[in-house]
Design a protein around this ligand. Sequence first.
Ligand code: ADP
Length: 492
Amino acid sequence: MSFVLALDQGTTSSRAILFDHAGSIRAVAQREFAQIYPQPGWVEHDPMEIWATQSAVMTEVLAKASVAPADIAAIGITNQRETTLLWERATGRPVANAIVWQDRRTAPTCDALRRAGREPTFTRKTGLVLDAYFSGTKLKWLLDNVPGARERARRGELAFGTVDSWLIWNLSGRTKHVTDATNASRTLLFDIHQGDWDDELLGLLDVPRAVLPTVVDSSGVCAETTLAGVSVPIAGIAGDQQAALFGQACLAPGLAKNTYGTGCFLLLTTGRTAVASKNRLLTTVASRRGGNTDYALEGSVFIAGAVVQWLRDGLKIIRAAPEVEALAASVPDNGGVYLVPAFAGLGAPHWDAYARGAIFGLTRGATGAHLARAALESIAFQGAEVLRAMEADASLELSELRVDGGAAANDLLMQIQADLLGVAVVRPKVLETTALGAAYLAGLAVGYWRDESDITGNWQIERRFEPAMSRDQAAALTAGWEKAVARAKGWA
Ligand code: ADP
């Protein structure tokens, strides 16, 4: 019996998961690590702690499952995206803490580039918008602010990487400096159409080429690591959302997944075509296999499950997140109440940093139950908006939406999503789609899984939610939402 080991390096914890041939979980190990907030808007991680927790859970999961390293067919890596690291090649020592994707310190750099008219160049080549979220301006910040860093980078003494690169560098005994195309596509430095780092973009951000990793396929043996004296191939890499798309077997154009966590991450596979968005969605690399790049459209919603946390911690009308379902189900509808959870502005497709949260349509009869229902509906309305934008960009109609993430456990929310979309919502049996996607990419590379049909064959439905609402009723509800959003915009 052999397994594939997925290393899932997330924003708050490092996890290791063993998968078997059916794509089922054999064992999980997890360790949290410190979030460092040096000043408002800054978020850092200690790279040594990332490595220490990740290597610890790797050993732990094998012990837990009593699996020997010789029984590991391959390792797949998935990681928090965009988080930026810089280290010394000679010693393997980081020159600074990792700058985490949430860190806003480089927003002024992005503003300046935008004022200089550079955004269209970045968008055309990278599929991204100019935002502090992505790695490029974070790397520029490190090169600007760590004394001597740019000179040393030019001389080839320093290495830049996202978390995948950092892990593989350490796993390979500091011999391999690589990243995959999905992670590269989040840097603002990578031309997603050419599949290579771009000299013009490197010039705009003053990044020397010598600091960059080699870009490899998302599926393919790119390094080896030694576990208790046994050499194991590292054969898969993908950023977390792309890995989840793969783990959901969204391999063909037109298949989409939505992850309902703190926020929502929607990705739609567009196949070999990189679709440019007219609705400020991102165009991104879904995977690169055998040198062939598949693309996706991506849209993020900032506040999704977090609105349920707010009902719990802010309003205190529920004690735990799952209670929201029964409370919302205790009323037949929203009673005219709409909640716009623009606590941090609105993301795709609105991109209004000045929108703020608002509740509309209150009457004397409104209760906590109506608010709970409006909160769940707000998650579904936002998901539907992004999907409609994606369909318009890609000129296709979705046949179903695959779901995962913590809030996808909420049956009422899933039913509301299906009702609003008029499209079936499908929840798979294995909800650890991120780690599973990394495992699939690795297992395919070493022949553990033969081809895509093994992956699609493994993907099993736990529950399917069919739209039950009339389209007229869905349109009326959506009109109410749109009116509420319009009034919440530009508030701050
Ligand atoms: P993340 O990876 O962003 O931390 P998770 O996928 O772990 O998120 O999901 C946690 C989020 O889902 C929280 O915001 C929580 O409020 C929400 N959540 C968890 N269970 C439910 C539920 N049954 N109904 C609605 N929201 C839920």
